[in-house]
Structure formats: C-alpha cells, structure tokens
Design a protein around this ligand. Sequence first.
Ligand SMILES: O=CCCC(=O)O
Length: 458
Amino acid sequence: MTTIATTNPATERVEQTFDALSEDAVDRYVGRAAEAFASYRLTPVGGRAAWMSAAADILDEEADRIGAMVTAEMGKTFTAARAEARKCAHACRYYAEHAEGFLADRPADAEAVGASGAYVRYQPLGPVLAVMPWNFPLWQVIRFAAPGLMAGNVGLLKHASNVPRTALFLEDLFRRAGFPEGVFQTLLIGSRQVERVLRDPRVRAATLTGSEPAGRSVAAIAGDEVKPTVLELGGSDPFVVMPSADVAAAAEAAATSRCLNNGQSCISAKRFIADIGVADEFERRFVEAMRDRTVGDPMDEGTDVGPLASEQGRADVEALVADAVGKGATVLCGGERPAGPGWFYPPTVISGVTPEMRMFHEEVFGPVASLFRVRGVSEAVELANATGFGLGSNAWTREPDEQERFVRELDAGQVFINGMTTSYPELPFGGVKRSGYGRELSQEGVHAFCDAKSVWIK
Ligand SMILES: O=CCCC(=O)O
C-alpha cells in the first residue's frame, strides 16, 4: 500500500497524509477527462492561450507561497523552489504565445500528390496520463502540461507519492486559471493503480519522467495497448574540461550543476572528465567550490544545498559511495552524512572511480561527483559515452574543432558547450539510449501529443 504523504525532509516530520482514490473514483476522473476532451479539443487556441497566461500570472504572483510548499515537501531550497515556480510561469507564457504557430497547418506539395490542396493538420490525442517525479514537482508537470494542453489534450496527473500538496495545487492552478472542468486533474493514486488507468481505452497516451524501471513498466503496458509514450528517464551526464577552457568558470559551473536541486536533477553533470593538461587546476578549483557550498535549512536563503528528498534516497547515495570507497576510490571532500535530523548529504567529490564500481555505471541522485582524467578529445568522448545513459552533456573548450567534435560525437539529447545543461521551453528536451525517447518542450513538445493528419483535397 503506497503512503501518500507530505514529509518534510529537513525535519523528517510527517505533516499530512492523504488517502489514495478508490477505483470507482479513478473511473469518474477518467470519465470526466474524456468528457472534457470532447469539447476542449474544439476550443480555439486563442482561448487556451488566455487560460495559460492566467496560469502564468498565478505562478508569478504566488511564487513565494508555492516555493515554501515545495520546499516543505521535497527539501529543495526555497530560493530554488521559488525560481522553479517562475520558470513554470515563463513556460506557460511561452506556449500561450507560440502554440498557435506550432499548431498551424503545414502546407505540402499538392501538385506532387495529384491534389488541388494538401497539408498536415496537428490534432490532439485525447486524455494523456502524466506520471511525474518529485524532484522538480512543478516544472516536470508544466513541461508536459503547458504544451500538451495548448495542443488541445487533457491531462491526468499521477504525481510522486511524496508531493501530494504540489500535485493538488497543480490541479487547482489550472482550474483557477479558467481551464474547463476536467481538462487537468490530479489522481492521488499509488503506482499499482497506474496500469488500470493506462489500459483504460479513454486514456490515449502517456508521458513519464522518472526511473528506468518505472519507464520500462509504463512503456510495456502502453506498448501492449498500442498507445504512444514519451519517456524521460535518468542521466549520468558528462562534463568535459579541455585545456583551452576557462577552468575557473568551468569549476564553478561544475559545482553548481552537481549541487543543483540538492544533487537530484537528471541533467546535473555527474561525471567530470578533465584533460590531463588542466586536470590538477580543475580538481583543485572544483573541490574548493564543492566545499564552499553551504548545507543547511532549505528555507534559509543563504543555503545552497538542502536535504535529500527521502531517507531511502540518502541511503542509496551512501551505498554508492561506500561501494566505490570499498573498491579503492578516494574521497576528496564530503562523503559523511552530518549528525542531526534531516536527510542531508554533503557535496562530495570522488576520484579513482573505475568500471568495477557501481558509481561508474549508475546515476548518483545526490551531490556526489566522480572525477576522471583523460588525454585528448578522443579519450574524453570515449569515456563520456561509456554509459548506458544519454540525457545531457557538457563540454568546455574554446577550440572550434573540438566544439564540433563534441556536438557531433557525444551520445546525448543535449550538448552544452562552455555552459551547464539546463532545460528551456525554447529548446527540445529528452534523451537517447537508456535516458528515454521522445522530446518535450519547444515545437517538439507540442507535436509529441498530436496526430499529424495528412489532408488531401481535390
Ligand atoms: O530532473 C530532470 C529535469 C531537470 C530540468 O528539466 O531542468
């Protein structure tokens, strides 16, 4: 039985528990979604845009309150939680402004197909089940919902069980913004109830951001039902530093990326690969920057790193570090949990990580970096790609030829040169290999849940 509860990771105190919906209730929610879709799909895009802009205004106006709610549920710093609310507002506005263009009919060569007119029309799929994680509990949902709803779909959210207040807030947000009843609903359900919803013929597609096992399971059921899916799974992003790089800037960005969201972001850089020409300097600066991060109360605006979201999450990180150290790796900073309540874990840098260690292959979902040394671009690319994941990637070099090689050869859905991987509504987001498939955000995110209907007229 899944516990749906708000437990403050900084205090370990359970603040509120929630009952999961009964099967009958879930059935009513799905029915309401199907009914809402029948009329919502016909609403003009301009009307949807007005509601989406209203959602953006609420997110901006209430960013402080929303931020405090998120911090209390999953432990990210208040500063980061408030920034997340504002980023969501920006995304809602972006789709309100651009969706009409993304959804416009695309003309085709009528003469070539023997027609007097031919074009492609983008039409919504229907109710989409969104299975979402706790790490960016607002943003991960908005990343689907803003483009998805603008395209005329309706959403059913199954959020992670540790962020129920945020999940309910999101339903309320879209209702208050003016979207018709049933267009966006939160299902407070456990993961065992997901299969039934996904197999319901009224649900037409699914999107999942989360772990690889969860992705496999949802994709397998959806495949059996012949329903499309978008999967955004884990990552173990490389961060390469070459001799021509601005090493000071790279080291600071490296620490920011690794400590982002208390180390719990799929696109945090996790494996730091420095060319031998700058490895000593990079290591010194990076370890210093990681040591300088302030760990503490996530509500305090001076805190850089709050607690991990769960006790299990911290135990998983500790097990990966212990495995590496037990097999000969060296801890350069951090590596010990602090005393006292809260699921804190300090920024940690580890060198000497080898393929025998779990950390070499697995995603570390906490502020722990592994450090490697290579000679030249070919070795850097080989090591960067020596992972089953392929979400984001970062390379620091001022040499145009090297930049082009990293762009071409890194196996990842994103490559950032002289910067850290970040998601933007303006750019498609997603992974390759075991990091998933399909794209969210930008025009691709709108089309992900559309049928491209070919129209031929004589
Ligand atoms: O955890 C992965 C998503 C992070 C983001 O979209 O910024």
